[in-house]
Design a binder for this molecule. Structure first.
Ligand code: ADP
Ligand code: MG
Length: 254
């Protein structure tokens, strides 16, 4: 049941991300059961739903960490479901940040950030360092270039992980519950960075349980339930859900 239809993509502009009737199973377990949604340039799509509803799998399919069984996924004009896809080209366009920040513990923050631009994009070392300084400034960590991850708080490490992604200058950012592992008092500083990115026009798809934040930032909310897009629309659907499932979800906040 789809009570709300997806909002149309602005005329003449190709969506940055499009999923069309995507199906994905792990063995007998159907995890994505005909998922479709589009993300327009400069817009923020927030994916919500209970644990196990398929949110992370949907994100991972966008970046081809998982292959799909049927349907289509298009990202920045690339067909992700094409087995011949140039994965490197895809990963240059898409930045992804997970719940665990996975910074290399033996490298400084600057080294963590310059690594991929230098080795993957062949950005010269000096330029990569300038870039690192800029993205760290952007996430409010301008003074942490030479610190090691363990010297930073969880919130700072997550901001550094976001900076590392930004240094690759992606066209779209995917965030999967990036604040879930943080103490509540550290959540705000990470959400603030994401908010600033959105205000700056970054296209993003974000899985979050922070409903207040979702309400404020989302151009589009996609509610997943049992592997389907059960309800989707503007942030208003969080205040006036059309389906009992979404009503229950926002009511309980689970
Ligand atoms: P969500 O992010 O909404 O909590 P997930 O996409 O992580 O949901 O998972 C959806 C379902 O798929 C869950 O039942 C999960 O256990 C299962 N699942 C996810 N990844 C795998 C995998 N690699 N192998 C088998 N089952 C998986
Ligand atoms: Mg998940």
């Amino acid at each position: 049941m789809n009570a709300h239809t997806l909002p149309p993509v602005s005329a003449g502009t190709a969506p940055v991300v499009a999923l069309r009737d995507v199906h994905k199973s792990f063995g007998p377990l159907k995890v994505l059961d005909g998922v479709s949604f589009e993300v327009a340039r400069g817009e923020v799509t927030v994916l919500i739903g209970r644990s196990g509803s398929g949110k992370s799998t949907a994100l991972r399919c966008i970046d081809r960490f998982e292959t799909i069984d049927s349907g289509e996924i298009e990202v920045c004009g690339l067909r992700v479901d094409n087995p011949q896809l140039d994965l490197r080209a895809l990963r240059l366009d898409v930045g992804i940040v997970f719940q665990s920040y996975n910074l290399f513990p033996h490298l400084t923050i600057e080294e963590n950030i310059t690594l991929a631009p230098h080795s993957v994009k062949k950005v010269p070392k000096r330029e990569a360092k300038t870039l690192a300084a800029r993205v760290l400034e952007q996430v409010g960590l301008g003074d942490k270039l030479h610190a090691y991850p363990e010297q930073l708080s969880g919130g700072q490490q997550q901001r550094a992980a976001i900076a590392r992604s930004l240094a690759m200058q992606p066209k779209v950012m995917l965030f999967d519950e990036v604040t879930s592992a943080l103490d509540p008092e550290l959540t705000g500083e990470v959400l603030k960075v994401i908010e600033a990115l959105a205000a700056d026009g970054m296209t993003m798809v974000m899985v979050t349980h922070e409903m207040g934040f979702a309400r404020g930032i989302a151009d589009q909310v996609v509610f997943m339930h049992r592997g389907k897009v059960h309800e989707a629309g503007p942030a208003d659907i969080l205040s006036s859900p059309a389906t009992p499932e979404l009503a229950q979800f926002v009511g309980t906040g689970l």
